[in-house]
Design a protein around this ligand. Structure first.
Ligand code: PMP
Length: 407
């Protein structure tokens, strides 16, 4: 027993209490985005209905209140990640923007032709394409660490590919397509032995487990607020202060400077240096509410509850004839991908939707993972804190229906 009161959790999500195609909704698409608890809806609504104004520049009351609420989220994120300082918390639009920022501000200036950037074979497109763009511009090379049939990375394969040309390592913490929890502590240790900085793509770890950037030892950690039960369009880049301090800005504009003249501009200190323009004010405030809400539940309990669901789903879905689970790693979180002998993943998704069961079918923005297994797509059920074993039973009953329809 995880100690989590799931009924009480579910009661806080208005969207879950509806019928889809006449059946009670079972939402199993949390890998794509999570639903929002009342605390987040209220935080956003309260911002817009009582104190919204632009931040940082105003002396008037509303601007000061908005600034205070917005800036307070840095402290929330600091606690959420156990970061040494809230000045290391940069607000972004999400994981994608965080990776692009690090690629362009931190990595790009040090790249020479022939340098190498190391990623794994199970990255999300957002941790592939920014590096390819950099490689195209600089003549650097993208080096890819393979993974096993089970969907696991062997640190020895990482060690083998770390060379004197490796300038940066960027790794997915938890795979959105396979659910694998990667051996990131080991990967970070190997990289740091060679003084190579490491970014963790935490889009799929932050919602599901306690994250401690100091214990992990990474240099950058990025995640998306919309997957941690907050609004979309707000996310976090955490980076070691010394690294942020040495980085030039990526976006130029208002709110990121000390002084501007036509001769030259002096940039603000981090994190403001990286936050040009008016941010998603209510979105960041809502993200803070989501993180506070998750921390109040307890990430340990969340992880234990979801681990139980995933193990149960593995057993039950894996026992169905004609169903093959893609990704059978020993350590997994969040997601269960599968294919069926006869039915295409899109057919599976459509039939499940008819039963009110929302899953995702497709390549999950990880086409190289699909290529690795020689399949075009998978069906993916991904879990959140409000899911139950009943949800898994509904999933299984519906997959069984697909099986019988296509048999
Ligand atoms: N990385 C991973 C592992 C993801 O799952 C996602 C979202 N599916 C992203 C990156 C991109 O996140 P966002 O679209 O919020 O920028």
């Amino acid at each position: 027993d995880s100690g989590l009161d799931v009924d009480a959790v579910r009661a806080q999500f208005p969207i879950l209490h509806q019928a889809i195609n006449g059946k009670p909704l079972v939402y199993l698409d949390n890998g794509a985005t999570a639903q929002k608890p009342q605390a987040v809806i209220d935080a956003v609504s309260d911002c817009y209905s009582s104190y919204y104004a632009n931040i940082h520049r105003g002396v008037h009351d509303l601007s000061q209140r908005s600034t205070t609420a917005f800036e307070a989220v840095r402290g929330t994120v600091q606690r959420f990640l156990n970061a040494p300082s809230e000045d290391e918390v940069v607000f972004t639009r999400g994981t994608t923007e965080g990776i692009n920022l690090v690629a362009n501000s931190f990595v790009r200036p040090m790249l020479r032709a022939g340098d190498e950037i190391l990623v794994t074979g199970m990255e999300h497109h957002s941790n592939i394409v920014p590096w390819q763009l950099l490689c195209d511009a600089t003549g650097a090379k993208l080096v890819v660490v393979p993974f096993s049939d089970a969907g696991e990375i062997d640190p020895a394969d990482v060690a083998e590919r770390l060379t004197e040309r490796t300038r940066f390592v960027s790794v997915i913490h938890v795979s959105n397509a396979l659910g694998t929890i990667n051996p990131v502590e080991e990967i970070i240790r190997l990289a740091r032995e060679r003084d190579v900085p490491v970014l963790l793509d935490g889009a799929q770890s932050a919602p599901h487990m306690p994250v401690d950037v100091q214990a992990l030892g990474c240099d950058f950690f990025v995640f998306s607020g919309h997957k941690t039960y907050g609004p979309s369009g707000a996310g976090v880049l955490w980076g070691r202060y010394a690294l942020l301090e040495a980085m030039p800005p990526w976006h130029g504009g208002g709110d990121m400077i000390k002084t501007v003249s036509f001769e030259r501009s002096e940039f603000a200190e981090p994190p403001q240096r990286f936050e040009a323009g008016t941010p998603n004010i209510a979105g960041v405030i809502g993200m803070g509410a989501g993180l506070e809400w998750l921390m109040a539940l307890g990430l340990d309990k969340v992880a234990a509850h979801e681990a139980d669901l995933l193990a149960y789903a593995h057993d039950r879905v894996g026992a169905l004839e004609g169903v093959r689970i893609i990704g059978t790693a020993r350590r997994k979180a969040g997601a269960l991908s599968f294919v069926m002998d006869e039915a295409h993943p899109h057919d599976i998704g459509t039939i499940l939707d008819n039963d009110g069961v929302a899953i995702r079918s497709g390549h999950h923005c990880a086409q190289p993972v699909m290529q690795r297994y020689g399949i075009p797509a998978t069906a993916r059920a991904s879990f959140g804190v409000y899911n139950t074993r009943d949800d898994v039973d509904r999933l299984v009953a519906s997959i069984d229906k697909v099986r019988r329809l296509f048999a």
